[in-house]
Design a binder for this molecule. Structure first.
Ligand SMILES: Nc1ccn([C@@H]2O[C@H](COP(=O)(O)OP(=O)(O)OP(=O)(O)O)[C@@H](O)[C@H]2O)c(=O)n1
Ligand SMILES: C[C@](O)(CO)[C@H](O)COP(=O)(O)O
Length: 229
């Protein structure tokens, strides 16, 4: 399985002066935690990190410190996550038939979740990790008034990994470019192209580290994992 890691963001909501994936978490950069789980998965054999070129020296230092075996390639990201993934897709080796896209910011992902999503691609052309939402979701208009309350039993929070047949995802990304779609996850492109996307059970702990609060929560989760008692 080929893995693309979007890692070209700027961490604005984190209030970071650098790529938030370089911030420390229990002594390792966020990106390191993601890479260690990808390395430990049984299915991932190739990793492409999609980043800003000015971050590549730091990324290379992280990788050297981890002594990883899985081959890792660096790909220039874009101005949006969507563009970064598009660039990553163009850089995949010819033989790549399926790909997992996983946010570097979701550094609490487990090797089991990587493998569960990989295995789901044996029976589906597109899958995403997700978890049922716990809050009641409200649709709110531009004036701040609630316009709808969707049935919570049908509401899921999309996570990554998101996995796809490579040619299908490339086609949908090109459609998105032609039609000017701006989406926040890759599954949305397939949905708009009317292709089915299967939900795979995600992990409650697989949060996307977006704000400083998320860093504190992530530290707690990792400490619990390292010393459950
Ligand atoms: N142009 C971009 C923007 C985001 N990402 C990546 O997409 C993932 C999810 O994005 P997000 O959590 O929004 O990260 P940032 O864009 O860095 O955060 P912010 O929006 O707060 O700046 C992250 O791993 C981020 O590095 C990317 O590869 N290319
Ligand atoms: C892809 C994603 O993680 C699914 O929940 C999310 O959409 C990324 O959003 P971001 O604004 O790029 O962090």
């Amino acid at each position: 399985m080929h893995l693309l890691i979007p890692a070209a963001g700027r961490g604005q909501r984190m209030g970071s002066d650098r790529n938030k994936l370089l911030l420390p978490l229990l002594g390792k950069p966020l990106l390191a935690w993601t890479l260690l789980e990808a390395e430990a998965s049984t299915e991932i054999k190739w990793i492409g990190i999609v980043g800003q070129s000015f971050d590549f020296p730091d990324f290379k230092g992280i990788i050297e410190d981890l002594n990883l075996i899985t081959p890792i390639h660096f790909i220039e990201g874009g101005n949006t996550r969507q563009e970064s993934v598009f660039n990553g897709l163009q850089a995949l080796p010819e033989e790549a038939r399926y790909v997992l896209i996983h946010d570097g910011a979701r550094c609490l992902v487990t090797r089991e979740l990587f493998d569960r999503c990989s295995e789901a691609l044996n029976k589906n052309r597109a899958v995403i990790a997700g978890v049922p939402v716990k809050d009641t979701i409200k649709v709110v208009d531009e004036k701040g008034y609630i316009t709808d309350t969707p049935d919570r039993s049908q509401m899921w929070a999309a996570q990554t990994p998101q996995g796809f047949e490579v040619e299908l995802l490339k086609w949908c990304h090109r459609q998105g470019q032609v039609l000017g779609w701006q989406v926040t996850d890759d599954a949305a492109l397939l949905e708009r192209c009317q292709f089915p996307v299967k939900i795979v059970e995600g992990e409650e702990t697989n949060l996307k580290l977006t704000t400083r609060v998320d860093l504190a929560i992530a530290q707690f989760i990792l400490e619990q994992r390292q010393d459950p008692h």
